[in-house]
Design a protein around this ligand. Structure first.
Ligand code: ATP
Ligand code: MG
Length: 428
C-alpha cells in the first residue's frame, strides 16, 4: 500500500523503514550533510543524508522542487517540523528540477503568471483542500435531502442575468452566448423532478473587475417545486451551515496553516442567520457611514461596509423589483418589491448567494420581460412553462469560489480558484 507522510508520522512507524514520494523544499546543503523537507499532499517531513554514513551522489545533485522517492529509517526529532525525520537509505529521482522561479516575496501578478508552479505551495494546497471539502459538502447536502443532480447547457440563446455580462460567441452561422446561470432550464426540469441541483461553471463578461468577480466561476444552483421564499431561505442556511461544519471538522490543519480565525466560522454553524428587508439593510449601511437612498443597488463596496461588523451571514430580502432580473416573483402584497434574497457573508465579504421565488404566471412574466427591454418571443419556451400547469417554485445560486474565499478569508477571489479567469487573465 502507498503511504503518505500523514500515515507514517506516528509512533508505530518509528525505527522502521518507510518509503515516500514527494517534492523537495527548503533544501540545506552542509559540509557533512544535506537536509530537506519532502512534501506530499498530506504534509511535509524532514529528510537527512549524512555523507559519512552512506555516499549518495544523487543527493548532492538534488535541487528545490525535484521529485523523488526516498526510503529510510523514521525517527522522532522534536526540532524538525512535524516532529519526525527520515534518514535516507535509498533514493530515486523522478525529475531533477531546474532553478525554481518562485521565491519568497513575489508580487501577486508574478505568482498568478506562475500559477501552474505556485499551485504546489502549501498555502495554495491548503486552500484547494478546503475547496474540495466545500464541493463535497454541496453534493452531500443535496443528496442527503433527496435532490436529483441534473445539468443544463453552457451554450445558450438568451440572457438570464442581463445583457451587459453576456459572452457572445459564434455558433456556426448564429449568435450564441455562454450560460450565465442554469436558472431558466432549471425551471423546466423542476416540473418533473421537483428537487434538483447542479454544480457547474457560469460565465459572465464582468468588466467591473472587483475582488469578488471572475469571468468563469463555479455555480451551485438549485430549484425546488412548491417552495416559497421562506423555504428557500431555510435551505440556503442549511447548506451553508453544513458546508462550514464539514470544513471545521475536516480541515483543521489547513485552517491553522492559513491562520484563519475560526470564531466566526463556529458562530455560523451554531447561530441563526440574520434576516432583514432591503430597506433595513440600506438603513444599516447608512448607520455605518454610507449615504444610500432606497432603490440603490448594493455592490461589493456597499456590502463590505454592511457586513464588516457582522458575525453571522445576513439575508437581505425583498429588493425593489427594478434591481432584480425578470424571473423574480413580485410580492403580491407589494409588487414594487420581489420575493428574493441575497445571502451576505460576514467579515466584509458580502453576497455569496442570490435566490428567491420565481414568477409563476404568464402575464406577469411577459410584462417583466418587456420591462427589461427584452423580447418575449426570445423566451417562448420559458413562457410555455407558465402555459401548461404552472406551479409555485423557488431556487438559488451559490458562488462556490466566493464561499471558499470567505471561508479561507482570502483578499481576492482569484486565490480561491485553481486557474482564475478574469478580464485580464486567461494564462496559464
Ligand atoms: P454581483 O452583484 O456580486 O455581481 P449577482 O447579483 O450578479 O452578484 P447572481 O446573479 O445572484 O449574482 O449569482 C448568484 C451567485 O453567483 C452570487 O451570489 C455570487 O456568489 C456568484 N457570482 C455571480 N457573479 C459572479 C462572478 N462574476 N464571479 C464569481 N461569482 C459570481
Ligand atoms: Mg453580477
Amino acid at each position: 500500500m502507498e503511504l503518505l507522510i500523514k500515515d507514517v508520522t506516528n509512533k508505530e512507524h518509528v525505527g522502521k523503514a518507510v518509503t515516500l514520494r514527494g517534492f523537495i523544499s527548503n533544501i540545506r546543503k552542509g559540509k557533512n550533510n544535506i537536509f530537506f523537507m519532502l512534501r506530499d499532499p498530506s504534509g511535509v517531513i524532514q529528510c537527512v543524508s549524512h555523507f559519512n554514513e552512506k555516499a549518495f551522489p544523487e543527493v548532492e545533485k538534488l535541487t528545490r522542487e525535484s521529485s523523488i522517492l526516498v526510503k529510510g529509517n523514521l525517527k522522532e526529532d522534536s526540532r524538525a517540523e512535524g516532529g519526525y525525520e527520515i534518514t535516507i537509505e535509498e533514493l530515486e529521482v523522478y525529475g531533477l528540477a531546474e532553478p525554481f522561479p518562485i521565491k519568497k516575496g513575489h508580487k501577486k501578478v508574478f505568482l498568478f503568471d506562475n500559477r501552474h508552479l505556485w499551485m504546489r505551495s502549501r498555502r495554495v494546497t491548503a486552500i484547494m483542500k478546503i475547496r474540495s471539502t466545500v464541493f463535497e459538502g454541496i453534493h452531500e447536502f443535496f443528496v442527503k435531502n433527496g435532490f436529483y443532480e441534473i445539468q443544463s447547457p453552457s451554450f445558450v440563446g438568451g440572457s438570464v442575468e442581463g445583457g451587459s455580462t453576456l459572452f457572445e460567441i459564434n455558433y456556426f452561422d448564429k449568435k450564441a452566448y455562454l450560460s450565465q446561470s442554469w436558472q431558466l432550464y432549471a425551471e423546466a426540469m423542476v416540473n418533473s423532478l421537483w428537487k434538483i441541483y447542479t454544480v457547474a461553471p457560469s460565465f459572465r463578461a464582468e468588466n467591473s473587475r472587483t475582488w469578488r468577480h471572475l469571468t468563469e466561476f463555479w455555480h451551485a444552483e438549485t430549484e425546488v417545486a412548491f417552495m416559497d421564499l421562506n423555504g428557500i431561505i431555510e435551505l440556503e442556511e442549511g447548506l451553508i451551515k453544513h458546508i462550514v461544519k464539514n470544513v471545521l471538522i475536516k480541515n483543521q490543519a489547513e485552517l491553522t496553516l492559513l491562520k484563519r480565525d475560526q470564531t466566526i466560522l463556529k458562530n455560523v454553524v451554531e447561530n441563526p442567520f440574520l434576516r432583514m428587508s432591503y430597506e433595513s439593510v440600506i438603513d444599516l449601511a447608512n448607520k455605518n457611514g454610507l449615504k444610500l437612498e432606497y432603490g440603490a443597488d448594493l455592490g461589493a463596496d456597499e456590502e463590505r461596509v454592511i457586513t464588516s461588523k457582522l458575525n453571522v451571514p445576513l439575508f437581505a430580502m425583498n429588493y425593489p423589483t427594478k434591481l432584480k432580473p425578470f424571473y423574480h416573483k413580485p410580492d403580491p402584497k407589494d409588487p414594487t418589491h420581489v420575493l428574493c434574497n441575497d445571502l451576505l457573508a460576514p467579515e466584509g465579504y458580502g453576497e455569496i448567494i442570490g435566490g428567491g421565488q420565481r414568477v409563476d404566471d404568464k402575464e406577469t412574466l411577459i410584462k417583466r420581460i418587456k420591462e427589461e427591454g427584452l423580447n418575449p418571443n426570445d423566451y417562448n419556451w420559458y413562457v410555455d412553462l407558465r402555459r401548461y400547469g404552472a406551479i409555485p417554485h423557488s431556487g438559488f445560486g451559490l458562488g462556490v469560489d466566493r464561499l471558499v474565499m470567505w471561508i479561507c478569508k482570502l483578499p481576492h477571489i482569484m486565490y480561491a480558484t485553481p486557474f482564475p479567469r478574469t478580464p485580464r487573465r486567461i494564462y496559464p
